[in-house]
Design a protein around this ligand. Structure first.
Ligand code: FES
Ligand code: FES
Length: 152
């Protein structure tokens, strides 16, 4: 069976088993290594991608179920080599440490910026409840999100 997937606006095919986790196809076949398979249980958010605009852990998504959906990974959130607003704010606020969690954070916060332009500090913290960072406190990440929101 051929899987037909739409990733970052491009049509892609895969010969993997239908139950293969989407994160594995993105990384191993399409070489989109932003999404990270860390817990593989839906807890950490490191594998987060947008599925039809909604942040979704790609470790829990059988690839077959993603057919017909618009999949957007962190690689597809900027415009070419230009970082998007939240990526620029995270860099400016010096929020990144090891970076393992950040692709997922960027996916979640990009969604927040587009859906909740009046989000408060508490709203941002709630939105990030499914994204675990083992390096930092979350203060600079939340500061970056508020900075990005202020620019909208
Ligand atoms: S690897 Fe998917 S949520 Fe942790
Ligand atoms: S910056 Fe290292 S896990 Fe978040």
């Amino acid at each position: 069976m051929t899987l037909n997937l739409t990733v970052n606006g491009s049509r892609r095919t895969s010969a993997s088993e239908p139950a293969t986790p989407l994160v594995d196809i993105l990384r191993e076949e399409f070489h989109l290594t932003g999404a990270k398979p860390v817990c593989r249980e839906g807890f950490c958010g490191a594998c987060m991608v947008l599925i039809d605009g909604k942040p979704t852990p790609s470790c829990l998504m059988p690839a077959a179920l993603a057919q017909g959906c618009e999949i957007r990974t962190v690689e597809g959130l900027g415009a070419g080599n230009t970082l998007n607003t939240i990526q620029q704010a995270l860099e400016a606020c010096d929020a990144v440490q090891c970076g393992m969690c950040f692709p997922g954070m960027v996916v979640t916060l990009t969604h927040l910026l587009t859906t909740a332009p009046s989000a408060t500090r508490d709203d941002i913290r709630a939105a990030l409840s499914g994204n675990i960072c083992r390096c930092t406190g979350y203060e600079r990440i939340v500061d970056a999100a508020l900075t990005a929101l202020a620019k909208k």
